[in-house]
Write a protein that binds this ligand. Structure first.
Ligand code: ZN
Length: 659
């Protein structure tokens, strides 16, 4: 375990504010995924603030709910009255909802975030700085048959080891009882079996150092006793697997109650785990720490030769688990698994959106490593299901998830846009992202690869006139997001003007290849996935030249007319599968790659107009840009046009030759 403390940087943070060092060492803990994953863990510091009467109040600045240690800032540590928290900690009982009400009452800043559910416990620890993580190595050891014994041998009297208990008020009471006769200066930390570790000190660095040093000891132990435990294997996914994945995604969405994303992970550790004979059974035993249940449920699904029906089996198993442990207060969550072992192939992840998909992937990869290490120590022992159920269905945790429940219009849907590096394609990518879709952005231009670092965007350099290149691109999209629902077939170019007498074969053929045939090839490759998609819809980007061709543009106009006809046939053929296919005919969109100032000036002069007038030479006397076209395309892809297919829509400000 690497100690990341940087004295110079720490000085800078300390100089910036009272809470500088608290922010700094929290960020350091959060930066190590082996200590803290996605909102896990919490930290605090005790201090003073002056109230409006000029009196100093002793407070606990504790991590607020909704903040992540990796990125937490000063505002993420609301001040809470310390004596109030300590008095709460002395109560015999306190219900969860009353505790949360009291925590908000004890806030000195009513606009601050709700204090962590562990705030009372932090207040009971008499040291200034308190750090809490769910360190993989410590929890992994505690999840093995002799875990407690091993931890004793590793830490002796330095650390207080406590049995698992539900987080929140009762955990605070457990720690208070266990430490009532204890000299706090005699211990450096507390280990909560199956949960995590606390360290503390009056000095920020000493508390951080203790965390790193204690966890490092557990890591060293695993290195010595389980270093070869984690299997790796090379398994290549096949096209058939991808179709099965898309079918699984569809089935998972039905269990979830709306569009979801899926991901097939056959990287070496995921494949290595899935190759183990007992991988399915191991993954269903339970998670690394109970707080993972909030993101990933209490157990994984096991998938075999018929994974779609295995998903149905999971739903039945999950419902039985719910019935076994629920009381009237509980509400059954959806029955979609979040991660699954696909026996012999790899891991599969399911989630409502790309952020959650990444969380599931990260938790799964840490969990399968821990499972195998604990197996090497004698066997993976997760907590009993009853304990997992309590945390998974804990109202306080479910409230966190519900807070972000309002879904974007296209959330959970996967869009593919061709010609995405500039103009209308780029604008479509942006509009679809804004409304929650994940987007595969294809373009032949290499700039596409460096256009953005948005994790919900999959940029792919692809020549859409090449069948093989399309096949590879589609495979990458499906592997990463689980399928394809929306296709904006937009790639095109405008060949140099040439009358029929001057038109050469090459220009003609290239225009047909890109402006017509590539669209057929892309649609054909996406088709099996669209058939398994959520509310699937296709937009072909045509041109005003279809209804109103111009002289000198035979190669372009003919190809675009063919494309329009292709879309009409596709609408007829695919309607039975629920796939809508519509065409848009944009015109005079001057912020695309087809135009530049020089061409614009030439065309304006040709018609005897100023550039300004030429730009607005349409019925509405309005100027069009790529974003206008993208907005119309995105509307056509959405529910507003759920009953429209085979249609052609002009986006041109009104053209008197077309009207
Ligand atoms: Zn915890």
């Amino acid at each position: 375990m690497k100690n990341r403390w940087d004295t110079e940087l720490a000085k800078k943070f300390a100089a910036e504010s009272e809470l500088g060092l608290r922010v700094y060492s929290s960020n350091l803990l959060g930066a190590d995924p082996d200590l803290v994953l996605h909102g896990g863990g919490n930290t605090s510091v005790k201090g003073e603030v002056k109230d409006v009467f000029g009196q100093l109040q002793k407070v606990l600045f504790v991590k607020g709910s909704g903040w992540d240690l990796r990125t937490i800032e000063e505002q993420g540590f609301p001040p809470v009255r310390l004596d109030y928290l300590q008095r709460l900690g002395a109560l015999d009982s306190l219900s969860d909802s009353e505790m949360m009400r009291q925590l908000r009452l004890a806030l000195l800043d009513p606009s601050g975030p709700t204090p962590s559910v562990e705030a009372i416990l932090h207040a009971l620890i008499p040291h200034k700085y308190v750090d809490h993580t769910h360190a993989d190595a410590v929890v992994t050891i505690s999840n093995s048959p002799n875990g407690e014994q091993i931890l004793w041998e590793l830490y002796g009297e330095e650390v207080l080891i406590l049995p698992y208990i539900m987080p929140g008020f009762i955990l605070a009471r457990q720690v208070a009882a266990a430490t009532s006769d204890l000299d706090w200066s005699s211990i450096r930390g507390i280990i909560l079996l199956h949960h995590g570790i606390f360290t503390f000190d009056d000095d920020a660095r000493a508390s951080y150092d203790a965390m790193i040093e204690l966890v490092d000891r557990a890591e060293q132990f695993l290195q010595e006793h389980a270093s070869t435990a984690v299997s790796c294997a090379a398994v290549a996914g096949t096209e058939c697997d991808l179709l099965t994945l898309a079918a699984m995604r569809k089935a998972a969405g039905a269990q979830f109650g709306g569009p979801v994303l899926a991901r097939f992970d056959h990287a070496e550790e995921a494949a290595g785990f899935a190759m183990r004979d007992n991988a399915g059974e191991l993954a269903t035993r339970g998670p690394l720490t109970p707080d993972h249940t909030i993101h990933c449920k209490a157990f994984a699904a096991r998938l075999g030769a018929d994974p779609v029906s295995d998903l149905e089996d999971f739903a039945a198993i999950y419902r039985r688990y719910f019935d076994e442990f629920s009381t009237t207060n509980h509400q059954c969550l959806d029955t979609m698994p979040r991660y699954a072992v696909w026996q012999g192939k790899g891991m599969v992840y399911f989630a409502a959106n790309h952020q959650r998909l990444q969380i599931v992937e990260d938790i799964s990869s840490h969990t399968i490593r821990a499972i195998q290490q604990a197996e090497a120590l004698g066997g993976w022992q997760a907590l009993p299901r009853s304990d997992l159920f309590e945390v998974e269905h804990w109202e306080l945790e479910q409230a966190k998830l519900k807070a972000g429940n309002k879904r974007g219009k296209f959330e959970g849907q996967v869009a593919l846009v061709s010609g995405a590096a500039s103009g209308i394609g780029k604008a479509c990518v942006e509009a679809l992202r804004k409304q929650g879709a994940v987007v595969a952005a294809l373009d032949i231009a290499p700039e596409i690869l460096s256009a953005s670092n948005d994790p919900a965007l999959l940029p792919l350099q692809c020549d859409v006139t090449c069948t093989e290149a399309i096949r590879e691109a589609v495979a990458r999209v499906v592997c990463k997001f689980g399928g394809i629902d929306l296709l904006v077939s937009n790639a095109g170019n405008f060949p140099a003007s040439a009358s029929l007498g001057q038109l050469d074969d090459k220009t003609w053929q290239q225009s047909l290849d890109l402006n017509l045939s590539s669209h057929m090839k892309l649609l054909r490759a996406c088709l099996p996935f669209l058939e398994l998609g959520f509310k699937p819809a296709v937009i072909m980007v045509g041109s005003k030249n279809v209804p109103a061709p111009g002289p000198g543009a035979a190669a372009y106009s003919t190809a675009k007319a063919g494309l329009t006809q292709l879309a009409r046939v596709a609408a007829l053929e695919l309607g039975a599968s629920g796939i809508r296919v519509n065409t848009v005919h944009p015109n005079a969109v001057y912020d695309t790659a087809l135009w530049n100032d020089e061409v614009l000036a030439q065309r304006a002069a040709h018609y005897g107009k100023s550039v300004e007038d030429y730009r607005k030479s349409n019925v509405l006397r309005t100027e069009l840009n790529s974003a206008d076209v993208a907005n119309s395309i995105v509307a056509l892809l959405g529910d507003e046009f759920a009953k429209t297919t085979g249609e052609q829509i002009a986006i041109d400000g009104g053209n008197d030759r077309v009207i």
